[in-house]
Design a protein around this ligand. Structure first.
Ligand code: ADP
Length: 266
């Protein structure tokens, strides 16, 4: 879709991932202001996606609904987990609305169908129409129905790649709490170096553990994020990873200005 920008703000930026149910109000409000300054409704359409951070991970770790539903108590857990995500999303959208951004919450799990923890289908008809009238849809990670195990987690990252494939945006910005993709987890290794650009060829080497001059170790959530963006690169869509914890980065990226980070090159 022409002029469409897809921006994901990771849960690591807008919550305190170490403390359950703890939002980072300061970051949420700062990012709302940056989005207001960077979003030009005359020149772009914008979809926002955010992660659940400490509103999701801690709860699901306890109730285990991501592994499927095995008893009736977990049906209630499924429902409650959804409600908590809605509540966190309301904090985010209210902050965006206070900046006069027409940010409208979209419950992805109302049309999503998962199978064996993978997203099989999600309807974007409503989202497309909302974009046409100038709204800014805001989607977020949620538990969703799964035709194999009854429930699994539809993460913000999965929503991101689904929309990427379906709507083919002009620009994809992935924002987390680190500057981009490093040769190792920068929070664990002081030797980790920022990779400025990853091409499809580089990724083949990284994935196979062929290390070239410096070894690359992309783990956990970040590995999935990168591999999904590689899938989009294969479809001809580039994306960039930036640090939304650094003030000004999201605004600059929306305006198309240069920001430190990693470019996944199509
Ligand atoms: P979010 O919640 O914002 O979606 P995640 O916590 O899932 O983000 O992933 C971001 C984290 O991934 C970073 O904070 C970083 O510690 C970790 N990480 C692991 N490997 C890498 C890597 N090679 N490069 C960058 N970050 C990495």
């Amino acid at each position: 879709m022409k002029d469409l920008v897809l921006l994901k703000i990771g849960g690591s930026v807008i919550t305190d991932k170490k403390k359950a149910f703890t939002e980072n109000r300061k970051a949420i409000n700062r990012l709302s202001k940056e989005i207001r300054k960077g979003y030009n409704p005359r020149r772009m359409k914008l979809i926002l996606i955010h992660g659940a951070g400490s509103f999701g991970h801690h709860m699901v770790h306890k109730n285990k609904i991501h592994k499927g539903i095995r008893n009736s108590k977990q049906l209630v857990d499924f429902a409650e987990t959804q409600t908590v995500q809605n509540r966190f999303n309301a904090m985010v959208t209210e902050s965006l609305q206070s900046q006069r951004i027409p940010a409208i919450p979209i419950l992805a799990s109302s049309t999503a169908v998962m199978h064996n923890i993978r997203l099989k289908h999600m309807c974007l008809d409503g989202v497309k129409e909302l974009l046409k009238i100038g709204m800014v849809p805001v989607l977020y990670g949620v538990p969703a129905v799964d035709t194999k195990q009854k429930c699994s987690i539809l993460s913000g990252d999965m929503i991101m790649s689904w929309i990427g494939k379906e709507l083919k945006p002009d620009k994809i910005i992935h924002a987390t709490d680190v500057d981009g993709i490093y040769t190792a987890d920068p929070k664990r290794s002081r030797k980790a170096k920022l990779i400025k650009e990853i091409t499809l060829e580089d990724w083949r080497k990284i994935k196979n553990g062929l290390t070239g001059s410096s070894s690359v170790d992309v783990t956990g959530g970040m590995f999935l994020k990168v591999s999904e963006m590689i899938t989009l690169a294969k479809l001809g869509i580039s994306s960039q990873f930036i640090n939304a914890s650094r003030a000004g980065n999201v605004e600059k990226a929306l305006k198309g200005k240069k920001v430190k980070g990693t470019l996944i090159k199509a």
